[in-house]
Design a binder for this molecule. Structure first.
Ligand SMILES: Nc1nc2c(ncn2[C@@H]2O[C@H](COP(=O)(O)OP(=O)(O)OP(=O)(O)O)[C@@H](O)[C@H]2O)c(=O)[nH]1
Length: 356
């Protein structure tokens, strides 16, 4: 029997920098054949598009596979397992598989899928890498659980006032073998080190915490950790067990868990517009709309008048990044944006504001 193919699971909250980190890794993979599986939230396949269009020689389009929408735990049998079997059954199977999870997914159900018959003999989870938005965390977005919560939680095991965001974050940390504190370029001196220490205290024993800007980590640090995460799932159990109905004995399964604060609490929709007159003015408008409507993440492509290239828009909170990524070619010159937020977004108002 040949050795198992290693698979790295990249998780982390919306906009933390997962796609950026993977892109850097592909650019520096030095001939290692890496296949990518992407599980996105939203309808556009933006991440897949960014990675497919990366122009990296060793990364062909057939190496990037997108899973249909939805939480992995519900679609394991129909979607994830067949995708894995397809990759493993190729004449020229990949050296390594990298899976980018949706920023709103819990990694645990995905890791559990590696124990499926037919998969467990052929692949192993090399490690779970959790990417953290250093800027968001230090700005207090998840402060509740990160900063100094530890002591508090030990005193009160029934803390019941965390937001779904904080819980998701905590579960992503609990599953990590390596935590990447990203966006250190946006942090003040000393902040990154402080965050490292706090996260190290929060994480399981032995978990490495590293810092990065634009996910620029040596491939040798990211890949080849040989952890076998599927074999010690119990150690990675979700932190929060007390939010479940009918769950007095705390023995619910992850399926319930995911639904109680997984995708259900969030939603996404697509706004489609025609050509945009001015790129900068549009980016400012997008930032205003994000502020006014509490949008968590917005990304997509815009067609700008007189420009043959597509403008990629990426917003995490009100910070909007734009760059021209590639020519439209024969694709229709449209502007398409995925808007992601907690359930209850005002679709019509947001749509109208972006059109105004
Ligand atoms: N300043 C700064 N920006 C970064 C860094 N890493 C990523 N970004 C930007 O943050 C935005 C989100 O990055 P992505 O890599 O798309 O994040 P993601 O985790 O894949 O996002 P989702 O797939 O939507 O969950 C993009 O505009 C990136 O260019 C960093 O280290 N510093």
């Amino acid at each position: 029997m040949s050795a198992k193919i290693p698979a790295t699971v990249v998780t982390g909250f919306l906009g933390a920098g997962k796609t950026t980190l993977i892109r850097h890794m592909l650019e520096n993979a030095k001939g290692k054949r890496i296949a990518l599986i992407i599980n996105e939230f939203g309808d556009l396949g933006v991440d897949g598009d960014i990675l497919k269009g990366c122009g990296i020689e060793t990364c062909t389009e057939e190496d990037v596979v997108e899973l249909s929408n939805g939480c992995i735990c519900c679609t394991v049998a129909d979607d994830f397992i067949p995708t894995m079997e397809m990759l493993l059954g190729r004449d020229n199977p990949p050296d390594h598989i990298v899976i980018e999870t949706s920023g709103l997914a819990l990694p645990q159900p995905l890791v559990r899928a590696f124990n499926w018959p037919g998969i467990s003999t052929k692949v192993t989870v090399d490690s779970v890498v959790t990417v953290v938005d250093g800027k968001a965390v230090s700005a207090g977005q998840f402060a509740h659980n990160v900063a100094a919560v530890d002591a508090q939680r030990k005193l009160d095991d029934n803390l019941d006032h965390e937001t779904p965001l904080a819980e998701l974050f905590e579960d992503q940390i609990a599953c990590a073998d390596m935590i990447v504190v990203n966006k250190t370029d946006l942090l003040a001196e000393g902040e990154a080190d402080h965050l490292r220490a706090v996260l190290k205290a929060e994480a399981r024993k032995g978990v490495q915490v590293v810092t990065s800007t634009m996910g620029a980590l040596p491939v040798s640090v990211l890949l080849g950790q040989r952890i076998g995460a599927e074999n010690d799932l119990d150690a990675r159990h979700e932190v929060h067990h007390h939010h479940h109905d009918h769950d007095d004995d705390h023995h619910h399964d992850d399926h319930d868990h995911e639904h109680s604060h997984g995708h259900d609490e969030f939603e996404s929709f697509v706004v489609e517009l025609g050509e945009i007159e001015d790129a900068n003015a549009f980016a400012e408008k997008v930032a205003d709309v994000i502020r006014a409507h509490d949008i968590l993440r917005l990304k997509g492509f815009a067609a700008i008048q007189g420009k043959p290239m597509r403008l990629t828009l990426q917003a995490v909170g009100p910070r909007v990044d734009t760059y021209f990524d590639r020519p439209f070619g024969t694709a229709p010159r449209l502007t398409r944006l995925v808007v992601i937020g907690q359930a209850g977004l005002k679709h019509a108002e947001i749509d109208a504001a972006l059109r105004a």
